[in-house]
Design a protein around this ligand. Structure first.
Ligand SMILES: *Cc1c(COP(=O)(O)O)cnc(C)c1O
Length: 366
């Protein structure tokens, strides 16, 4: 058998190849390439999928994050609460604006520990950034309450959680802004860089449209210093195709996760679990192997199974954030997770044989 990759984007493409190719040609032949009818249709369809009134197409997930805080007026002198075990883009979305990230430990589901948020709130706190990590919705019931009680803005990083629910609402519909990435390896991946925000507030949606296009609503009238962060028509058109298959895409991942959860049996390995009230769309299937993660990773690789660590260096320990002054041991749970986690192969189009080989190898590690 060929090597089993951790992720395979070609399989997702192949499944709907004809539809993607037809749409790509249609856009190429249209003569209109940035912010046109594909973008408008995508924004409407995506907002309706997430369950918000508006969505605004952008160039990336990082842009969605930093522009969200920019539009909310959160910057220099302000603090934003975020979890320690996340992709560094979450933290950059805060700090690019000059605001200070204040980091909270995760819970057993790898989400922000809602019980540890309030102790971090100061008079400078302006917002909470919730990351629905690995595809699982965080405890939004509690977090929405905390934000209301302390009059804080709520921003959601949904780069990994397209289609995940807490209660009967999808991630991206709880906060002032839901921030999405459509980087190709995400559950709802485009074929290049792309992103979006969702919101229920018409003024926030309007401002986001201004900021994404050089701060201009009317051509050559620039209200604010904005960005060039527009969604191109090719990505928007291809994302519309993917969006129309999201139910099936998510179901397939849930089924892969169900088999992993059922069949992986090894006392050295801690399996992931999903909190009551939340669902996961299984962006990653993350194991923890206390004490022996690197050895386990090497063992799988020697058997032709590729894995990835999400993430080996937590943001507070990266060089970019030495200025936060958070030394080793300052966030023990975050740091422990960083030393123990490993993401197994998980992708749409994974075959039964591939998954069985992964399971056999995981179970035979001693
Ligand atoms: C991928 C990702 C981002 C950034 O998205 P880009 O489109 O790559 O800019 C932000 N946050 C999280 C949690 C991510 O996984």
């Amino acid at each position: 058998m060929d090597k089993i990759m951790q992720s395979r984007m070609d399989r997702g493409f192949n499944k709907y190849q004809e539809e993607y190719e037809r749409k790509a040609l249609e856009v190429l032949r249209s003569g209109w390439y940035i912010l046109g009818k594909e973008d408008e249709a995508f924004e409407e369809e995506f907002a309706s999928y997430i369950g918000t009134k508006y969505s605004v197409g952008l160039a990336s997930g990082l842009d969605a994050l930093w522009l969200a805080f920019r539009v909310l007026g959160i910057g220099q002198g302000d603090e934003v609460i975020v979890q320690g075990n996340t992709y560094i883009a979450s933290v950059m979305g805060i700090s690019i604006n000059g605001a200070t990230p204040v980091i909270v430990e995760p819970d057993e589901y790898y989400q922000i520990d809602a019980d540890k948020i309030e102790e971090k709130i100061t008079e400078k706190t302006k917002a909470v950034l919730v990351v629905h990590l690995y595809g699982q919705a965080a405890n939004m019931t509690k977090i929405v309450d905390i934000c209301k009680k302390h009059n804080l803005r709520l921003v959601e990083d949904c780069a990994q959680s397209h289609g995940a629910y807490h209660g009967d609402k999808m991630t991206g519909s709880f906060g002032d802004f839901g921030c999405f990435s459509f980087y190709p390896s995400k559950n709802m991946g485009a074929f290049g860089d792309a992103g979006a925000v969702t919101t229920n507030d018409p003024e926030l949606a309007r401002l986001m449209k201004i900021y994404r296009n050089y701060g201009s609503e009317k051509r050559y009238y620039n209200m604010v210093v904005g960005a060039n962060s527009r969604l191109d028509e090719l990505q928007a058109g291809l994302l519309r195709i993917k969006l129309s298959h999201m139910a099936e895409i998510t179901k397939e991942r849930e089924e892969l996760a169900r088999v992993y959860l059922e069949e992986i049996e090894n006392p050295l390995v801690i399996k992931p679990s999903v909190a009551v009230g939340s669902t996961s769309v299984w962006h990653q299937f993350v194991l923890r192997i206390p004490g022996r993660r690197d050895e386990f990773k090497q063992y799988l690789e020697d058997n032709g199974i590729m894995t990835i660590i999400h993430y080996p260096i937590p943001p507070h320990r990266s060089e970019a954030y030495t200025y936060l002054g958070l030394g080793e041991g300052s966030l023990p749970i975050t740091e422990q997770y960083a030393s123990e986690v490993l993401s197994l192969p998980m992708y749409n189009g994974m075959t039964k044989e591939e998954q069985m080989k992964v399971i056999e190898c995981v179970n035979s590690f001693t």
